[in-house]
Write a new protein. Sequence first.
Length: 205
Amino acid sequence: SLEADLVVANADLPHVYRDLLPGVAQPARLAGMKTSCSSHTFYWGFCRPVKSITEQHAVFFGPDWKAGVDALSPEKPFPADPHFYLNAPTRHDVTAAPRGQDAIMVVVPCPPLPAEVDRAALRRSVLSRLSKREGRDLGKALVFEAGYTPKAWQDKYHLKNGAMLGSLDHRLSQMGPLRPSNRHPRIRNLYFVGGSTRPASGVPM
C-alpha cells in the first residue's frame, strides 16, 4: 500500500466505489442514477485520402431524427441508419496517417449494456453512407481497422454498462451540481474527477 496526503481518483465513479473502496458505502443516490449511452467506435485507416470529408469534425444524421435519438434507450428499436460522429484528424495534423493515406474515427452512439446492437450492420451502414458521399467503395481502400464495442468500453475502462462518456446519464436531474460531488463526503482527502462527477461528461473520450 501507499500513503498519500491527497488522492485524486480519475476512474469512473461507480467503479471507484465498487472496486477501489472496499467496505466504504457509496452514496445512496448514486446507485439509483440512470446510465448514459454507450457506443460502437471504429478507427479506420485508408490507403488514399477521403476527399469528400473536408472538415475534421462532422455529425451525420440518419433519415429519421427522432428514431436516431430514441435508439439510445434500450427499450427502443435501433435504426438501420443511425446518427454518428466522425473525426478526420489528418485535416489538421498530417502526421495522423502515413503520407498519401487517411485516418478516420467514427463514433456510433448506442444503448448501454446489456442491450446489443449488430456491429457488423453498423459498419456496413456507415461505410455505405461514406462511400456514397465519396463516389467510390471506401471498404476497398481500408488498410487498418480497430475499435471499441460497449463491452470493450466496460472491460478496458471499467465504465458501468459500457457508458463511454462516464456512467451517469446527462438528463437535467443528473447534471452540474446534481451530479455526485468531486470530494468524498467523509474521506476528506479523496477527490473524484471524470465523466460521472461534476460537471459532466467527456473525460473517457
